[in-house]
Design a protein around this ligand. Structure first.
Ligand code: ARG
Length: 486
C-alpha cells in the first residue's frame, strides 16, 4: 500500500508508478535513514508520544534493518533496491518496521514528513562522504609526500607555456599537488560546516505538528544544531551544489596531475614509467602500454562537473518549499561521489606504484638554457640592473644558440663580449645546484626551502590523517617496501 493511498480512488499508472520511485537509487541512504529515524524516535519519546519501551523496540528494529543492510555477504544493497513495494527509502524502512514491530512502526511517522527526512538523510550523506573523501585526499597527499622525500634532490624541468623554464626539485613539483589536495580538504570542511544542521522537526513545510524539542534529534545525529527555518530546511539543497562544486575542483586537480603523467609517460618526455598494473595494452599494436588510468581520470571531470551543473539547474527558479524536482538531485550526487571516491583510491595506488626516471629528468635540465635566470641574477649581484642583465644574457643565449652550446660552456673571453661584469665565479653561479638554490625564498625551489615546505606539509597531512584516518588502499607490505625508494 502507498503511504498516501487514503485520498486516492484510482491506482497509479504502472509506468508512472515505476518512473516516480526513488528506491532504485535512494537505497544508498539506508544507513542515514535509519540513523535519522532513531533520532526522531528519541524526540518522540521526550515528547511523550512513545514510551521508553516503545522507543527501545523501535531502535532495536531499526538496528536490525541496518545490520541486514551491512551483511557481510554484501547482499544488503540488492535486498533493499529490489523491493518492489516501497516507493522510496523512507517507505522501505517503514515497511520493514511494520513487518517486525507492527503498528508501532507506523507510529514513528508521527510528527514528521518525508520532506524533512530526505533533507536530513542527504545532509548526513554529504557529511559522511565528505569526511571519507578527506581521508582519501590525505592518504593520496601522504603518498605524494613519500615520493617527494624519496626523490631527494633529484631535479626536473619546470615548464611555462609547456616550454622548458627553470629546473626544480621533483619534490617541489609533487608537493604542488599535495597543496591542492589540502585545499580540497579545507573546501570539504567548509561545505560540511554549513551542511551540518538538522532539518528534523521541520515537518512537510511549516514545522512539525508536535511540540518536539528539535535539539534532541540534532544532538543525537551529531549536528551543530537544528536548522532555523522549516521552509528553507525542507527545500534547501545548497549543500549538494557546494559539495558537487568541491568535487569538481578535486576532479580538476586530479585531471591536471593525470595530464602531466600522461605527457611525462610519452617516449618524447620519458620522465615516468607507467605501472603495468594500471596500464593496458593495444589489441592491434603489440608494443603499446597505454596510460588508461590517467586518461580516464582526465575524462571523469566531464561527468563530475556535469553533476554540479545538473543540480544547479534543478534548483533554478524552484519555488519554496519541497517539490519533487528535488528527488532529481540525488543521482548526480551519488554518482559524482562514487566516481571521486574510486578515482582518489586509484590515484593514490597509482602514485604509489609510479616510478620516476630521474636520470632522464636530470638530463632534461642540462639543456635549453634553464640557467638563464640564474645567469641574469649573477649579473644583478654584480650591480647590473635586471633589465640590462636580461638583455646581456639574452645576447649570450643567442650566441650559444648559433654556436650550439650552453651558457656554462662559454669561455670568460666570450662572455665578456656581452658585459665586463663577467668573472670566474660565473661558472659556479650557473650550475644546476646554484640555479636551484638561487630561488631561496619561501615557496621557492631552493633545496632548503623545499625541505622546509615538505616538513610543513607532512605536519598538516599527519594532523589530517589523525582526525580522518588513513584510507585503506589494500597495499601490501611488500610493495610498500619495494617502492619506497622510487
Ligand atoms: N523520494 C522523495 C525525494 O527524494 C522523498 C520526499 C517525498 N516527499 C513528497 N512529498 N513526495 O525527494
Amino acid at each position: 500500500m502507498k503511504m498516501w493511498s487514503g485520498r486516492f480512488r484510482e491506482p497509479l499508472d504502472p509506468l508512472f508508478d515505476q518512473w516516480q520511485r526513488s528506491l532504485p537509487f535512494d537505497w544508498q541512504l539506508l544507513p542515514e535513514e535509519v540513523a535519522a529515524s532513531k533520532a526522531h524516535a528519541l524526540a518522540l519519546e521526550a515528547a511523550g508520544v512513545l514510551t521508553p519501551d516503545e522507543r527501545e523496540a523501535l531502535h532495536n528494529a531499526l538496528d536490525l534493518i541496518a545490520s541486514r543492510f551491512h551483511a557481510a555477504d554484501n547482499s544488503g544493497p540488492a535486498w533493499v533496491a529490489s523491493n518492489q513495494q516501497a516507493e522510496d527509502i523512507h517507505h522501505f524502512v517503514e515497511l520493514q518496521l511494520v513487518a517486525t514491530v507492527q503498528d508501532l512502526g507506523l507510529k514513528l511517522h508521527t510528527g514528521r514528513s518525508r520532506n524533512e527526512q530526505i533533507a536530513t538523510d542527504l545532509r548526513l550523506y554529504v557529511r559522511s562522504r565528505g569526511q571519507m573523501l578527506q581521508s582519501y585526499l590525505g592518504t593520496w597527499a601522504e603518498i605524494l609526500l613519500n615520493k617527494a622525500r624519496a626523490a631527494g634532490e633529484a631535479v626536473m624541468p619546470a615548464y611555462t607555456h609547456l616550454q622548458r623554464a627553470e629546473p626544480v626539485l621533483i619534490a617541489h613539483w609533487l608537493t604542488a599537488y599535495a597543496e591542492m589536495l589540502l585545499r580540497d580538504v579545507s573546501r570539504l570542511e567548509d561545505c560540511i560546516r554549513r551542511a551540518n544542521y538538522c532539518p528534523l522537526g521541520s515537518g512537510a513545510v511549516a514545522g512539525a505538528t508536535l511540540a518536539l524539542d528539535r535539539s534532541i534529534a540534532a544532538q543525537a545525529l551529531g549536528f551543530a544544531g537544528p536548522t532555523p527555518n522549516s521552509m528553507d530546511a525542507t527545500s534547501d539543497r545548497d549543500f549538494v551544489v557546494e559539495f558537487l562544486q568541491t568535487l569538481t575542483i578535486i576532479a580538476l586537480h586530479a585531471s591536471r596531475f593525470a595530464e602531466e603523467i600522461t605527457l611525462f609517460a610519452t617516449a618524447e618526455f620519458g620522465f615516468v614509467e607507467l605501472p603495468e598494473a594500471f596500464s593496458t595494452g593495444s589489441s592491434a599494436m603489440p608494443q603499446k602500454k597505454n596510460p588508461d588510468l590517467t586518461e580516464l581520470v582526465r575524462g571523469k571531470v566531464g561527468r563530475i562537473n556535469g553533476a554540479a551543473q545538473a543540480v544547479t539547474l534543478q534548483l533554478k527558479g524552484l519555488p519554496l518549499a519541497y517539490n519533487k524536482d528535488l528527488q532529481e538531485t540525488q543521482e548526480p550526487l551519488f554518482q559524482a561521489t562514487i566516481a571521486i571516491h574510486q578515482m582518489l583510491h586509484l590515484l593514490a595506488k597509482f602514485t604509489h606504484a609510479l616510478r620516476f626516471r630521474t636520470e632522464r629528468m636530470q638530463e632534461a635540465c642540462k639543456t635549453g638554457f634553464m640557467n638563464a635566470m640564474a645567469a641574469a641574477t649573477y649579473l644583478v649581484h654584480k650591480g647590473v640592473p635586471f633589465r640590462t642583465a636580461h638583455e646581456k644574457i639574452g645576447n649570450a643565449v643567442r650566441y650559444c644558440l648559433e654556436k650550439g652550446c650552453e651558457l656554462g660552456d662559454l669561455s670568460l673571453e666570450e662572455l665578456r663580449q656581452f658585459g665586463a661584469e663577467f668573472d670566474e665565479d660565473f661558472f659556479a653561479a650557473v650550475t644546476l645546484e646554484a640555479t636551484l638554490d638561487c630561488h631561496d625564498v619561501l615557496g621557492g625551489t631552493a633545496r632548503a626551502q623545499v625541505r622546509a615546505s615538505l616538513d610543513g606539509l607532512q605536519e598538516r597531512v599527519n594532523e589530517l590523517i589523525e582526525v580522518r584516518g588513513r584510507a585503506d588502499l589494500g597495499l601490501n607490505a611488500a610493495s610498500e617496501v619495494s617502492h619506497a625508494d622510487s
